[in-house]
Design a protein around this ligand. Structure first.
Ligand code: SIN
Ligand code: FE2
Length: 233
């Protein structure tokens, strides 16, 4: 049976809560680590066991703070849909990029960050020696097939000593892992459901992005979700 967990994100509330277990059954992957650079690594299958919980929590968050397509400072609509949870959230509009304690759509504080999110982020960061990572912001990206995230670096945060923890769920993606300069040629890193990327310290400001998500070709309308944890303040 194929469980349509992605439908959870259309209206907010989950339609199916036994989400990924059977969809991804038969493809168990063993946790392993691939080093990307100094204090940067892919933790393969690190979030597989918590994935269904994380996805259900995303559904709760997006029920309160819906996914939306932000506008870049240059006036372009971003193809990736975004929302946030935590004490502040990353937003963009024609006045620039920033962290805001409130959701500009509703004027209300962002939904609180679920404990399952905090615990996973702290555990992943600790694997790279970032003990005590306490993110205050979780940006949730939703990619439809065909959408991409161009090369950028995460530089709007007040605390650059804290790492970035980035969790992949749903459709696979190719992550572009670059260097300190935009012109550094990125390596292509395939990411699957349950993989977690951590980077910080000397690589904290490295450029990165996501190639267009491949269409699974079955008209199912599936998505990729990415949770990016940061210490913004
Ligand atoms: C990001 O850089 O904000 C997200 C990266 C990803 O989706 O893997
Ligand atoms: Fe980023």
């Amino acid at each position: 049976m194929v469980t349509t967990w992605w439908r959870c994100f259309n209206g907010g509330m989950p339609e199916a809560l036994n989400l990924t277990a059977d969809l991804f059954a038969g493809f168990p992957r063993q946790p392993s680590r691939e080093t990307l650079g100094a204090r940067a690594a892919v933790l393969r299958a690190f979030a597989t066991h918590q994935a269904a919980t994380l996805i259900a929590e995303v559904s709760q968050v997006s029920g309160q703070a819906p996914f939306r397509h932000l506008v870049t400072p240059g006036g372009y609509r971003m193809s990736v849909a975004m929302t946030n949870c935590g004490s502040c959230g990353w937003v963009s509009d024609t006045s620039g990029y920033r962290y805001d304690e409130r959701d500009p759509l509703s004027g209300r504080p962002w939904p609180r960050m679920p404990d399952s999110f905090r615990e996973l982020a702290a555990a992943a960061a600790a694997e790279l020696g970032f003990v005590g990572f306490a993110p205050d912001a979780c940006l949730i990206n939703r990619y439809e097939p065909g959408t991409r995230l161009s090369l950028h670096r995460d530089s709007d945060e007040g605390d650059l000593s804290a790492p970035i923890v980035s969790v992949s769920l749903g459709l696979p993606a190719v992550f572009l892992w670059g260097g300190p300069k935009r012109s550094d040629r990125p390596v292509r890193v395939p990411l699957e459901h349950g993989d977690v990327v951590v980077w910080g310290g000397p690589t904290r400001l490295h450029y990165h992005g996501v190639l267009p998500i491949k269409d699974p070709g079955d008209l199912s309308g599936r998505w990729r979700l990415n949770l990016t944890f940061r210490k913004a303040r």
